[in-house]
Write a protein that binds this ligand. Structure first.
Ligand code: GAR
Length: 377
C-alpha cells in the first residue's frame, strides 16, 4: 500500500468545508491523502469541534494574539512541521498568508473561494462579504473556485470551478448556503484528492538505470541464481526445476548465442549494477509462422514495479523487428498475472484473444491470453 499524503486544514470558522473533507475521507472520495491536523486562526471556532469529533489533532494559532503576521505564520509552520504536513488546505481560512509562506509551500496550498474568480475576489472579499457584493452587483450566476495559493491574494492557478444560480429572492446567507452545498463541498474534496494523487505519482521511484546485454558464459551463475528467485508459477512448465548453473550454460550457448548468431532470436540479460537480474528475448518461430516472434521475459521480484520490464520490452522489440525478418511479436500471459499483462500493454501490445486451452492449477483458473505487437511502418 502506498502511503497517503499528509494534509493540514487551516480554518477560521464553522468548518463546513472541513466537514466535507472529513466526510470525503470516510466515503472514499479522498483516498490519496489523510487529514493529520486542523489549525484554527480563531480560538473556539466550531471547526475545532468537528476535528476533535473526527479524532483529528486540532490546534489554535490565534491571529489576534500574535504581534504580527510573522509570529502567526511561525506558529502555523511549527504545527505543520510537528505533523509532517505535506499539503495545506485553506477551508474558510480568513487570513492572507505572506509571500514567504506561500513560496515555502509553493504548489502545496489550495484554497476554496466562494465566487467565480476573477469576480469578487482579492483582499477584503471573504465570507459573507463576497455574497453581499455579488448580490449588490446583480449577477445571475456565482459559484465557487478552488485554486492554488500564491503570493497574490486569490490569484493562483485555478484548479476547479462550478457555477451556481443566483435567485432574485437571495440574501447573502441563502446564496452562501447554496454555493456551499452545490459547489464548495464537492469541489474542495475532489481537488484535494487530485493534488494528493499528483504528489503520490511524483513520489513513485524512478526506473533505475539498467542495460540489456547479450548473454555470456560468465553470466551462467547469475542467471541460475536469478531464476531461483522467480515464483515457479510464472515460469514455463518446461523450465528445469531446480534450474542449475549447467542449465544456464546450456541456455546461453544453445539458445542465446546460437539464436543471435543465426538470426533466429535476440536474447539479453537485464543488467543492474553489473549483475544479470532477469532475461528478455524475442524468438522467431519457424515454418508457416516464421514472420512471428515470441517475447519472453522475467525479472527478479525486488526490481518489480519500477518500469524496468516495460522499458526492456520496448527495447528488445525494436531490436527484434530490426534484426529478425518478422512483422509481428506475440506475447502470452496467463490471465491472473496482472503485472505481466501491464508490461505488454504499456509496451504497446494489444490483447488479441483468450485461448481455449485455459487451465486450472491449484484450484485457480488460468486463461491464456495472446497479445500482439505489429511492426510499425
Ligand atoms: C466558505 O464559504 C469559504 O469558501 C469561505 O468562507 C466560508 C467558510 O465556511 N472562504 C473565503 O471567503 C476565503 N476567502 P466554513 O468555515 O463553513 O468552511
Amino acid at each position: 500500500m502506498q502511503k497517503k499524503v499528509k494534509i493540514a486544514v487551516l480554518v477560521s470558522g464553522g468548518g463546513t468545508n472541513l466537514q466535507a473533507l472529513i466526510d470525503a475521507q470516510s466515503s472514499g472520495i479522498l483516498v490519496s491523502g489523510e487529514i493529520v491536523c486542523v489549525i484554527s486562526s480563531k480560538a473556539g471556532a466550531y471547526a475545532l469541534e468537528r476535528a476533535k469529533k473526527a479524532g483529528i489533532d486540532a490546534v489554535t494559532v490565534s491571529r489576534k494574539d500574535c504581534r504580527d503576521l510573522a509570529e502567526f505564520e511561525a506558529g502555523i509552520i511549527a504545527a505543520l512541521e510537528e505533523h509532517k504536513a505535506e499539503i495545506i488546505i485553506l477551508a474558510g481560512f480568513m487570513s492572507i498568508l505572506s509571500e514567504d509562506f506561500t513560496r515555502r509551500y509553493a504548489n502545496r496550498i489550495i484554497n476554496v473561494h466562494p465566487a467565480l474568480i476573477p469576480s469578487f475576489c482579492g483582499k477584503g472579499y471573504y465570507g459573507l462579504k463576497v455574497h453581499e457584493e455579488a448580490l449588490k452587483k446583480g449577477v445571475k450566476v456565482s459559484g465557487a473556485t478552488v485554486h492554488l495559493v500564491n503570493e497574490i491574494c486569490d490569484g493562483g492557478e485555478i484548479l476547479a470551478q462550478k457555477a451556481v444560480e443566483v435567485k432574485d429572492s437571495d440574501t447573502p446567507e441563502t446564496l452562501q448556503r447554496r454555493i456551499m452545498e452545490q459547489a464548495e463541498w464537492k469541489l474542495l474534496p475532489e481537488a484535494a484528492e487530485k493534488l494528493c494523487r499528483r504528489i503520490l505519482n511524483e513520489k513513485k521511484p524512478e526506473t533505475p538505470s539498467f542495460t540489456l546485454r547479450k548473454w555470456e558464459l560468465s553470466d551462467a551463475k547469475a542467471l541460475a541464481e536469478s531464476i531461483g528467485k522467480i515464483d515457479r508459477k510464472y515460469l514455463s512448465e518446461r523450465m528445469p526445476d531446480p534450474y542449475t548453473e549447467k542449465d544456464a550454460e546450456w541456455f546461453i550457448t544453445e539458445m542465446a548465442q546460437k539464436g543471435e548468431a543465426e538470426n533466429t532470436g535476440v536474447f539479453c540479460g537485464i543488467v543492474v549494477d553489473g549483475k544479470a537480474v532477469g532475461n528478455i528475448s524475442v524468438e522467431k518461430l519457424s515454418g508457416l509462422r516464421s514472420n512471428v516472434g515470441v517475447i519472453g521475459y522475467y525479472l527478479i521480484p525486488e526490481f518489480y514495479g519500477r518500469g524496468i520490464m516495460t522499458a526492456a520490452a520496448k527495447m528488445i522489440c525494436a531490436e527484434a523487428f530490426e534484426k529478425l525478418d518478422i512483422s509481428r511479436i506475440e506475447g502470452t500471459v496467463f490471465e491472473p498475472n496482472i503485472g505481466s499483462r501491464r508490461v505488454l500493454e504499456k509496451a504497446g501490445f494489444e490483447l488479441e484473444g483468450v485461448l481455449k486451452n485455459s487451465f486450472c492449477k491449484n484450484g485457480k483458473l488460468y486463461n491464456e491470453c495472446i497479445y500482439g505487437l505489429v511492426k510499425g511502418d
